[in-house]
Write a protein that binds this ligand. Structure first.
Ligand code: MSP
Length: 654
């Protein structure tokens, strides 16, 4: 058994009636970041995630799919787990509420609550929201106050939990543990809710079949929240939790919509059973799309695979954690995502790493140089980097991820400025110039080493690449952050192999590709699809993979003639075209609106990919693709065309 201090954290367990979107991914990325950080601070960490598989929603979804519930949830659980694995954020424990060990833990918790006198039988009639799996305080015919969807009147025999008995114990607990609910705004919300009085809660159902049976009380099954919350305990030993030593949890990371379940019901169940309470519940905000919570029912979801496919996982992690203050809502936008990618990752960290490596290569033997006498500007940068270490650790401790990244990026900006003002590239070959250049390059490389270690919890893939580029052994994830300090980069260390970091990408093209993938059926994640740019000067660029003629032959391109062209409201880059391809007239969207007047396109002959699967761009169906060159840093589209008039419409391009 490890003698390191233990740290246990959890994501919510996700409903299996839908597939993961950016909102869910955010919860899991946050937990993964904390997990990596805590490991680097010397903890033995367990992170749990899983799937919440019972309840009427699943019952209905399985019926609609024409399969048994168990089959339905098994498939969905595989999808969820595969997504986390593909994204490089697998949990240490993946708990399914259909696991046997979980059922035993729920039944055990119920028994303890009952033996201690907090459970009694009764009847309940109320308005039930099947989407949120909760009774809500509205009249028949009214919609759910939380999600706005219709409620149903339900009357059933059930067992009640004496939640009312826990008003005072809960208020005492919150008073004694001021950090139990975070952020403070949520804490205030919960305090006033509990101060307003608590009603007993029905914790079993007879109206539902698909649930964990209440032992000896069939047809009662457990209410999904009594069932789901207990998963946190089942994952780390259930009734034998003391043996593993991970309970109580250090933090439950949840979305703000489920804070009440975690800070009122869950601690009350545990108090009733005489079990230890989690130390903290942290509620993050929502990612919104067009000012509304992303949700499948509204059809405004963005999923992670297309983003990861085009920009890479670190770009998504960076954007989600940088763009919003942890705890507040954030608006998701592809535009801002690609903007951040290009400005902060490609031009910021990526550029600094590749420039530094290139200069060290050029300096001579491709080894970390030995610094000579320090000048005040070197010491100033060293002092800033050393101070950033302490500040960033504190910011991680308070889960202020956006500030962590701000601090890191101001260090990167200061280093860029330092390089510009010291311009090592213009120093000559004299001994003193060589020594000065060595000092500047060592200082810059040392900033990169520190930055890599500190950003690893958020940007694990790129940190690992920069780490090995600097010739450092092992993984940055195994660095002890407590011992990280300025000045330990060993001169003479040979640089490692160059690695693809953040190749710049033209915004319109990136967005178009992500949107197109979003409209396709989901596929497993592979490495970023953008052409890799090498980091480091000496290393050769990876040769692009060659395809055979049979692969090329799969793409059917034909000459088409544009018949109509119009702008699309709300999509300033897209034009909606109708194009005659000889055999039919197709509707095709093209990202050329900023460079071509629609009227001037009529009659123009263009090259069209005609056998591309139809997809929707900004909600408009596009059935094919017009070929254009991407010119200059902005990627200005220039249509491929046929100046000779005698090219007939529909002719195949070979
Ligand atoms: N199954 C329950 C949780 C039980 S935990 C014992 C549940 N599942 S959920 O799949 O609907 O949501 C899981 C988490 O995803 C919640 O924390 C929720 O807040 C979060 N998100 C879902 N949509 C979201 C956004 N659009 N933005 C950020 N997070 C949101 O609730």
């Amino acid at each position: 058994m490890s003698d390191k201090p233990k740290y246990y954290l959890t994501t919510p367990i996700y409903y299996t009636n839908g597939l993961p979107h950016i909102g869910h991914t955010y919860s899991t990325i946050v937990c993964d970041t904390i997990r990596r950080y805590k490991r680097m601070r010397g903890y033995d960490v367990v992170m749990t995630t899983g799937t919440d598989e019972h309840g009427v929603n699943v019952e209905r979804a399985a019926k609609k799919a024409g399969v048994a519930e168990s089959e339905f949830v098994a498939k969905m659980a595989v999808e969820w787990k595969a997504l986390w694995d593909d994204l490089g954020i697998p949990s240490d424990e993946f708990i399914r509420t259909t696991d046997l060990k979980h059922a035993h833990t729920v039944q055990w918790l119920f028994r303890l609550c009952r033996e201690n006198g907090f459970v009694y039988p009764g009847h309940y009639t109320g308005q039930y929201c099947i989407y949120d799996n909760a009774y809500v305080d509205v009249k028949p015919g009214e919609n759910c106050p939380d999600c706005g969807r219709p409620t149903e009147t339900v009357t059933e025999a059930n067992y009640f939990f004496k939640l009312s008995a826990f008003q005072k114990p809960l208020l005492d607990w919150y008073a004694k543990h001021p950090d139990f609910i975070q952020p403070d705004s949520r804490r205030n919300e919960i305090l006033s809710f509990v101060e307003g009085g608590l009603r007993d809660l029905s914790i079993t159902r007879t109206s539902i079949r698909w649930g964990i049976p209440v032992p000896g009380e069939e047809p009662h099954v457990f209410y999904v929240w009594f069932d789901a919350l207990t998963a946190y305990l089942s994952a780390v030993g259930g009734p034998n939790y003391e043996k593993l030593g991970f309970w109580p949890a250090d933090v439950h990371i949840v979305g703000k919509d489920i804070i009440r379940f975690h800070t009122v019901y869950w601690p009350a169940f545990l108090m009733a059973a005489g079990l230890p309470l989690p130390k903290q519940v942290w509620a993050h905000g929502w990612f919104l799309m067009d000012a509304a919570k992303m949700s499948k029912s509204k059809g405004n979801v963005v999923t992670p695979r297309p983003i990861v496919g085009v920009l890479g996982m670190d770009a998504l992690r960076y954007y989600l954690l940088r763009e919003t203050v942890f705890g507040q809502d954030g608006n998701f936008s592809y535009d801002a995502l690609v903007q951040r990618y290009n400005s902060d990752l490609a031009n910021g960290l990526g550029n600094l790493a590749s420039r530094t490596a290139a200069m060290i290569e050029k300096n001579g033997d491709g080894k970390i140089p030995k610094p000579a006498a320090l000048q005040p500007q070197d010491t100033a940068l060293a002092t800033q980097a050393q101070a950033v270490i302490g500040e960033v650790l504190e910011l991680y401790d308070s889960l202020t991820f956006s500030r962590v990244l701000e601090e890191m990026w101001s260090l990167i900006a200061a280093t860029d400025k330092y390089l510009t003002s010291e311009h090592p590239w213009s120093l000559g070959d004299s001994d003193s110039d060589q020594q000065r250049r060595a000092t500047i390059l060592w200082t810059t490389a040392e900033v990169l080493r520190i930055a890599t270690a500190l950003t690893h919890p958020i940007l694990p893939e790129s940190a690992t690449k920069v780490w090995s580029l600097l010739g450092q052994s092992g993984q940055p994830g195994s660095i002890a952050l407590d011992r990280l300090k300025w000045g330990e980069l060993a001169p003479g260390t040979p640089l490692g192999k160059s690695q693809a970091l953040f190749p710049r990408i033209e915004k319109a093209e990136a967005i178009e590709r992500m949107e197109a993938m979003e409209n396709e059926p989901q596929k497993p994640v592979t490495a970023p699809a953008v052409a890799p740019a090498a980091v480091g000067a000496a290393a050769p660029q990876a040769a692009p993979e060659k395809i055979g003629i049979e692969d090329f032959a799969k793409v059917e391109m034909r000459v088409g003639q544009i018949k109509t062209a119009e702008r699309i409201v709300g999509a300033d880059k897209l034009l909606k075209l109708t194009v005659d391809i000889g055999t039919e007239v197709r509707q095709i969207c093209a990202g050329i609106a900023q460079y071509y007047e629609p009227e001037k396109l009529i009659g123009r002959k263009v090259a069209v990919v005609v056998n591309l699967a139809p997809r929707k761009l900004r909600g408009v169906e596009s059935n094919g693709m017009i070929i254009a060159a991407s010119v200059g840093p902005e990627g200005r589209p220039v249509l491929a065309g046929f100046p000779d008039d005698d090219v007939e419409i529909g002719a195949r391009l070979k």
